[in-house]
Design a protein around this ligand. Structure first.
Ligand SMILES: Nc1nc2c(ncn2[C@@H]2O[C@H](COP(=O)(O)OP(=O)(O)OP(=O)(O)O)[C@@H](O)[C@H]2O)c(=O)[nH]1
Ligand SMILES: [Mg+2]
Length: 436
C-alpha cells in the first residue's frame, strides 16, 4: 500500500492558527529545492528560508534522520506561520517538486510500520486514538487493544500449525501403516480446545445487516432540557412547541433531517423524562417515551447541566449533548458535544456526531478493526469446525483436513499480523487523517 517516493502534508488542523506544521518524509534531496540553505541530514532544529516563487519565508525546521525518525526515513517538520493561505501555498510548492507528492491518509504511520518503527498494534492504537471521537469510542478502542488479540491469535495459530504439521506428516507417511502422526480423536480434541477459546473472543452479535430505512434518532432528557428548541434548530423550522414551562412536549414528533454527507435520519422530539410519573396520563406518556428511546437507532441525551446523571430507559448508550451551552456551568461539561440551539453554536459538530452515532458516517477506526478481527475469528472457527467434522468422519480425509487448517491459519494471521497484513493495514490507515 505504501508507494515509494517522498511525501509531504500539513500535519496541523485545518484553518488558521498562529503556527502550522508541515511534515515531510523521504529523500532530503527531493525537498532541497524548497530551501535556500542546504538541508543537512543531521538531527536538530534550525531556521531556514523557504523559496516560494519570488517570496521568501523564514521558517523553523526540525530534521530527524533515518532510521531514528517517526517514519524511519529522513524527515523534516516545517514550522511556518499558520495562515490558511500560507499553509496551502507552502504545501503546493512542496508537492510540485519532482519526486514529492501529497501524503495519503495514514501514510506517515504506514511507513513507520513498514520500516519497523511501530508494531501493528501500535499503529492501530495511533489510528484508533486519532479517530476516537468520544470517550465511549476511546474506551472501546482500549478494550480492543487490551485483549491483546494479536498475542492470542499467535498462540492459536501455533496450536493450529502444530496440528497441521502432524496431519501433513500423516499424509507424507501414509504408505507406512504403523506411523500414525495424530489420531483423529486426538486431533478433534485439540481443535475443540482452540474452538472454545476462539468462541470466547467473538462478539455476541452477528455482523449487522445493512440498515434499511431511515435511522430513528430521539431527543431524550429531563423536562425543559431544551429538546424541542434543539429539534426545531436541527429540523430548520418551528415544528415543535417550545415553552419555558416544563412538560410542554407530550407526543413524539418526527421529522426527516439531512446530515452531512447526504444521509438522512428521522429525528424525534420526545416528552421530558420525569422522575416520578404521578398520574395515569404522565405514566402513559412516560411509557411511550421510554419505548421510543428503547427502539431508537441513536439517542441524544440532552442535559443543560452537562452532568448526564441517571440512566435513560433501555440499555442504549447515548450521545451526550449539553444543551443551552450559552448558560455557563460551574464545572466541566461531561458532554460529547456542547451546543446552543438559539444561535446554532456547534450544531454542525452535533450533526456529524449524530451521523456517526446512527451508523451513517462509516465505521470508526476501532469499529473497523473490531469488525475485521471479528470476522477473521468467525471464519477461522468455520474452517476449524469443518476440519474437526472431517476428522470425526468414519474415513478421515487428511488432505481436506489439512486444507481447512491452512485456511484457518490464514484467518488467524489477519489478527496476529504475521501473515499478509495488507488488508488490515489498508483498513487501518484509511481511517487516519492526512498528515499522520
Ligand atoms: N438560554 C437558552 N435557553 C434555551 C436554549 N434552548 C432552549 N432554551 C429555553 O429553555 C426552555 C425550554 O425549552 P424547550 O425546548 O421547550 O425544552 P424541552 O426539553 O423541549 O421541554 P419539554 O418539552 O417540556 O420537556 C424554553 O424557555 C427555551 O427558550 C438555549 O440554547 N439557551
Ligand atoms: Mg419539548
Amino acid at each position: 500500500m505504501t508507494n515509494p517516493g517522498s511525501i509531504a502534508s500539513s500535519a496541523s488542523a485545518p484553518g488558521s492558527a498562529p503556527r502550522a506544521v508541515i511534515r515531510l518524509s523521504g529523500d532530503l534531496a527531493d525537498f532541497q529545492p524548497l530551501f535556500e540553505e542546504e538541508i543537512q541530514p543531521s538531527r536538530g532544529a534550525r531556521f531556514v528560508t523557504l523559496k516560494l516563487g519570488e517570496i521568501r519565508l523564514r521558517a523553523m525546521v526540525v530534521v530527524t534522520v533515518a532510521p531514528s525518525s517517526y517514519t524511519g526515513e529522513d524527515s523534516v517538520d516545517l514550522f511556518i506561520p499558520g495562515g490558511a493561505a500560507v499553509v496551502s501555498r507552502v504545501v503546493r510548492e512542496i508537492v510540485e517538486l519532482p519526486g514529492v507528492r501529497q501524503a495519503g491518509a495514514g501514510e506517515f504511520t504506514a511507513r513507520a510500520y513498514t520500516n519497523g518503527k511501530l508494531t501493528i498494534d501500535q499503529a492501530k492504537t495511533v489510528a484508533a486514538t486519532i479517530a476516537a471521537e468520544n470517550e465511549a469510542e476511546l474506551a472501546e478502542v482500549n478494550r480492543l487493544m487490551n485483549q491483546r488479540l494479536g498475542e492470542k491469535a499467535m498462540s492459536w495459530a501455533s496450536e493450529v500449525s502444530e496440528c497441521l504439521a502432524l496431519v501433513e506428516a500423516g499424509i507424507d507417511f501414509a504408505d507406512q501403516e504403523d506411523v500414525v502422526a495424530i489420531a483423529p480423536k486426538a486431533l478433534s480434541d485439540r481443535l475443540g480446545l482452540v474452538l472454545g477459546e476462539l468462541g470466547e473472543h467473538v462478539s455476541g452479535d452477528e455482523p449487522r445487516e445493512s440498515r434499511t430505512g431511515v435511522p430513528r434518532v430521539v431527543l431524550a432528557g429531563e423536562p425543559s432540557a431544551g429538546k424541542s428548541t434543539l429539534f426545531n434548530a436541527l429540523v430548520g423550522k418551528q415544528r415543535s412547541v417550545v415553552d419555558e414551562a416544563p412538560g410542554t412536549t407530550r407526543d413524539a414528533i418526527a421529522e426527516i433531517v439531512e446530515l452531512p454527507g447526504g444521509s438522512r435520519i428521522e429525528l424525534v422530539d420526545l416528552a421530558g423524562l420525569e422522575e416520578v410519573a404521578d398520574n395515569q396520563l404522565s405514566s402513559a406518556i412516560f411509557q411511550r417515551t421510554a419505548a421510543e428511546i428503547e427502539a431508537a437507532d441513536a439517542v441524544l441525551h440532552c442535559d443543560p447541566n452537562g452532568v448526564f446523571e441517571g440512566e435513560l430507559p433501555g440499555a442504549q448508550s447515548a450521545l451526550r449533548v449539553r444543551t443551552k451551552a450559552d448558560i455557563p456551568i460551574a464545572h466541566d461539561s461531561r458532554a460529547d458535544v456542547d451546543v446552543c440551539a438559539l444561535d446554532g453554536w456547534h450544531l454542525d459538530d452535533l450533526r456529524s456526531a449524530i451521523a456517526r452515532a446512527a451508523g451513517l458516517a462509516g465505521p470508526s477506526a476501532g469499529g473497523v478493526i473490531a469488525a475485521r478481527f471479528d470476522s477473521a475469528i468467525r471464519d477461522a472457527m468455520v474452517h476449524i469446525q469443518s476440519a474437526r467434522r472431517l476428522a470425526e468422519a468414519p474415513e478421515a480425509q487428511w488432505e481436506l483436513i489439512a486444507g481447512e487448517l491452512r485456511l484457518a491459519l490464514d484467518e488467524l494471521g489477519v489478527i496476529s499480523g504475521r501473515i499478509d497484513p495488507d488488508e488490515v493495514l489498508g483498513l487501518i490507515f484509511q481511517t487516519f487523517c492526512i498528515g499522520k
